[in-house]
Design a protein around this ligand. Structure first.
Ligand SMILES: O=C(O)CCC(=O)C(=O)O
Ligand SMILES: [Fe+2]
Length: 386
């Protein structure tokens, strides 16, 4: 029987979405009532466009042409031990080299993805006042309907999102009841089926990564089962077409504060991962999931798998929708790399920390003016001079 779950809350400036609303601003720009993007949506060039200060333009251009690895799971089911080991190795290499990969031929039924997309579209087709019935409560960033990311920056990104924790206590039902009379069971089922499938896929990936690191298969996955303190989250990210796409950003550059992120994008490109001096676009592949290493897995792998900065850009013509499942560890679990990865008589690269401590650092230090995306560096052990 589940006991009570302590989810972190934060003191943040509450956001007023109506006055900021990107739909109104978009319509005003298109209708000619305003000529330029209001200041609050304008992001610095190095955030909104490509990276500035690239030492060598040719390198930057070459980097942009690269693409993240694709791992095919088709042969995994019923496959030999060797096939499994090869797939595990491919995943580990992708995580080491990129922190990102796409996975195809997963066991996730396509209908589950289709249904959750239909639900997300149903929500974002509602009038703003209806969506705002599920408005992100003060102090609970990224829960409910929002867009401002006030903890990331004073600038406003061109995004709307809807999300919630996926725990035994807090689920999509309460959120849906705020929006629809009767709670919209179809919507709830599609979200919960998506979370369950994404979680299964994530568990499989964590097992394969452990195997690829020559660790016991359940090294990471055993901590992720649903428990009272488990803090997985789902989120829909919705990006409206933007009349001035090169001045703003959909999802500002960030690293994910989780273990593993499982993301599906529609067929509109927008997600980009930072590579050296450039942003590399992750091309949408039908039926694929984009998987990335989060900050906790970087620590849990003793710095072997980097949690890499990424962002989502917007475009003038088409809206874009991504649906994401964030696998996080139980709130109270202290994250520390397994001894085998650390080495005899060595200290782990990061101090042990819990999800609750980490998230507090993330939100609180942002408020204190730190704009770096590498919050994990706060957890790095200080080097003691010999
Ligand atoms: O919309 C996307 O493709 C990126 C979303 C993302 O990075 C996130 O929600 O953490
Ligand atoms: Fe992300």
């Amino acid at each position: 029987m589940a006991t009570s779950c302590t989810l972190p809350t934060f003191q943040l400036a509450s956001a007023n979405y109506v006055s900021d609303h990107i739909r109104t601003v978009g319509a005003q720009l298109r209708g000619g009532q305003i000529d330029s993007l209001p200041e609050r949506f304008v992001w610095p060039t190095e955030v909104a466009e490509n990276l500035k200060g690239a030492k060598d333009e040719t390198i930057a251009k070459e980097e942009q042409k690269l693409s993240i690895p694709v791992v095919d799971l088709a042969e995994l089911d019923g496959g030999s031990v060797e096939v499994r080991a090869r797939i595990a190795k491919e995943m580990c290499e992708a995580c080491e080299e990129w922190g990102f990969f796409q996975v195809i031929n997963t066991a996730v039924p396509p209908e589950i993805v289709d249904d959750v997309y239909a639900s997300a579209r149903e929500f974002f087709a509602l009038p703003v006042e209806e969506m705002e019935k599920a408005k992100e409560p003060p102090g609970k960033p990224l829960q409910g309907y929002g867009g401002r990311h006030s903890f990331l920056s004073a600038n406003v990104p061109w995004i709307e999102y809807l999300g919630e924790y996926h725990t035994p206590q807090s689920g999509v039902e309460d959120l849906a009841k705020q929006v629809w009379e009767g709670g919209n069971p179809k919507f709830c089922k599609s979200v919960s089926d998506f979370c369950d499938s994404a979680e299964q896929l994530g568990l499989l990936i964590l097992e394969l990564l452990a195997e690829g690191l020559y660790l016991p298969r359940d090294t990471y996955s055993r901590h992720m089962r649903k428990s009272a303190n488990y803090v997985g989250q789902w989120r829909f990210n919705y990006y409206n077409p933007c009349p001035r796409p090169s001045q703003t950003v959909g999802k500002p550059p960030h690293c994910d504060p989780d273990v593993l992120t499982i993301l599906t994008q529609d067929q509109v490109p927008g997600l980009q991962v930072k590579r050296g001096h450039s942003w590399v676009t992750i091309e949408p592949l039908p039926g694929a999931f984009v998987v990335n290493v989060g900050d906790f897995l970087q620590a849990w792998s003793n710095d072997r798998f980097p949690s890499v900065e990424h962002r989502a850009i917007v475009n003038e013509k088409t809206d874009r929708l991504s649906i994401v499942y964030f696998m996080a560890p139980p709130n109270i679990l202290s994250i520390e790399a397994p001894a085998k990865l650390v080495g005899e008589n060595q200290l782990s690269v990061f101090e042990p920390f819990t999800f609750a401590e980490y998230i507090a650092t993330l939100f609180n230090d942002r408020r204190n003016g730190d704009v770096s995306t590498k919050i994990l560096n706060y957890m790095r052990r200080k080097k003691v001079d010999a």
